[in-house]
Structures are given as C-alpha cells and as structure tokens.
Design a protein around this ligand. Sequence first.
Ligand SMILES: [Zn+2]
Length: 231
Amino acid sequence: MHNPGDVISYIEMCLTEGTSLQRGMNFHIKPAYSIILMSVRPGAPYSDRIEDDGRLLIYEGHDVPKTKDGPNPKDVDQPIRHLGGRLTQNGLFYEAAQAVRQGLSVDAEYVRVYEKIRDGIWVYNGVFELIDAWQEHDGKRNVFKFMLRLLEIQSIDNSQAAILDHNRFIPSSVKLEVWKRDKGQCVICGSTKNLHFDHIIPFSKGGTSLKSENVQLLCATHNLSKHDRIE
Ligand SMILES: [Zn+2]
C-alpha cells in the first residue's frame, strides 16, 4: 500500500489498484472508493487546483469524448448524462456529492487521487473525501467542479489505517520543481526506486508544503529512517 507522496510508475499504480486505469474519473470502481487521476502540468487537459495549504483539491469534470465529426470537446458543456440517459462520470460524482450535501447520504465518497507529474511518473496523493460539486461557466461553456478534502487519517476501511505522516498535499508545481532539482533521485543515496516526496520540516512542526525548499526526494529506506529519528 502506498503513502501519500510516494512516486510510482503507471504500471505500479494499476497493479496496486488491480485494474488498468484508462480514464481519469472512475466512480466507485472499487466497493469502498473511487479513483481519479489528475495532472496540473502545463498543457494538462483540465484545470485542477489545490487550495487551503494543500488540504483541498478542486478537480475539474471531464469533457465529451472526441469524435471524428463531432464538435471540439472544449467547446461544449461537460455532460452530466450520456445520450442514452445514463449518468456520465461527471454525473455520478456530482450526484454522490449532492446526496451528502442534502443529507440524503451520511458517508462521503472516498476517492484515491493519483497525479501524473511527468510521462510515466505518477504520485499517489492520498485518500480524499468528496464534499461538494457544482457547475460553473469557464468563460466559454459549463464545466463541473468537484471539491475533495484530504483525509487526516488515511483509512478507507479497517484493513489500512495509515496515519497521514504529517503530510499535506504538495502542489504539483512544487513537486515538479523538486523532481528536477533532485534529478529524480533520493537526495541521500541517489536511488531512483521507491521515491517519496518528503517534507524537510514536517507540517506539524511548522514546515510548509508550498515551497520547494521544504520538500525533497527520499527513497523508502531514507524516508523511514528519517521518521524514526523525528518521532
Ligand atoms: Zn536513499
């Protein structure tokens, strides 16, 4: 099981989830949770953003599929339903969020978030809960927005109760800067395997997620030995 901040390959991500992840939005793909894939790299197809010092993710819904003779997907409203009437992924996430807001459901949908930072390089951002959803006009058309809050205790069910290691969600721009600066290697031993984005000064001790100066790449071994020293 991965911890938030772990760097993984696409294959590892699919192996972990036991499924081939082709789409960005996967509502309730597992009995206990959904999965979304995000990217805020330059040229990324959707505008996802991070708020509240790395605790909230505002995730954009997805467009109609591109078809040969159809309109440019970026020119039309993001759909809530397919032509046949079934809910799209936007619709499924939207209805789940509304059910919680309106008190029809007590349990927010749990969502695991993976983020692409470069081709073939992904980061596990942790388990979030889906707390709100709305539609807004982006200047050209209506898009969906989903608000997800990082869970303090990273537990989807009783089988995994990893406490979030004094982490906050690290903004993508910071992750990219750190990845380049540290050359995709553990800063201590140079390993390129099992890497993790580590807060140099933990959040609980006043460290920030928002500056690359406070974030470094560590391999699993050096990440663990550091935490043994601090805690
Ligand atoms: Zn190392």
